[in-house]
Design a protein around this ligand. Structure first.
Ligand code: THU
Length: 159
């Protein structure tokens, strides 16, 4: 029997310390969050994806009375990006979520389904996707790769 460690490095900093490009991406996620359709959870999430062609693609969560029919902000943005720019690589995704009426100012990290969806594109494009999770209070959590969010991930993809 052997015991092993799983480790990775991540950064935390204030939004004011982010570079100008990241600030703009994060601001886009904040803005997009205002259009989240969340009559059931009241928890709005905005996501902004930076592609290697310079495009920024936005998404927010869209809920539905038939609950599973809704979609998270990350996958709304992700699927739009891959539907419209299939050749582009994803460089970064900025995510911000909070309760719409009673904000807590905490960081929101992607759910398991979104991690899996992001992971597949990260693996197929062959370069890491940086994940920036940002609170409304301006705290940033920077994770260098989606793989870090899914230890022992399922990455068997068909050729
Ligand atoms: N949600 C997201 O959009 N992204 C996440 O990473 C976590 C959860 C949405 C789903 C649902 O509309 C609401 O937030 C509450 O769970």
């Amino acid at each position: 029997m052997s015991e092993k460690d799983y480790q990775f490095s991540y950064k935390t900093y204030l939004l004011s310390e982010a570079n100008e490009k990241d600030k703009a991406l994060i601001e886009s996620a904040f803005q997009c969050r205002t259009n989240a359709y969340v009559p059931y959870s009241h928890f709005g999430v905005g996501a902004a994806i930076l592609l290697d062609n310079g495009q920024i693609v936005l998404g927010n969560n869209q809920e539905n009375a038939a609950y599973p029919s809704g979609l998270c902000a990350e996958r709304t943005a992700l699927f739009y990006a891959k539907a419209n720019y299939p050749e582009a690589k994803i460089i970064k995704i900025a995510i911000s979520g909070d309760h719409m009426e009673h904000p807590k100012g905490e960081i929101t990290t992607p759910c398991g389904n979104c991690r899996q969806a992001l992971l597949e594109y990260e693996c197929t494009q062959g370069s890491p996707i940086t994940v920036l999770c940002v609170s409304s209070k301006g705290k940033v959590l920077e994770i260098p790769s989606v793989k870090n969010l899914l230890p022992f991930c399922f990455d068997f993809f068909y050729d």
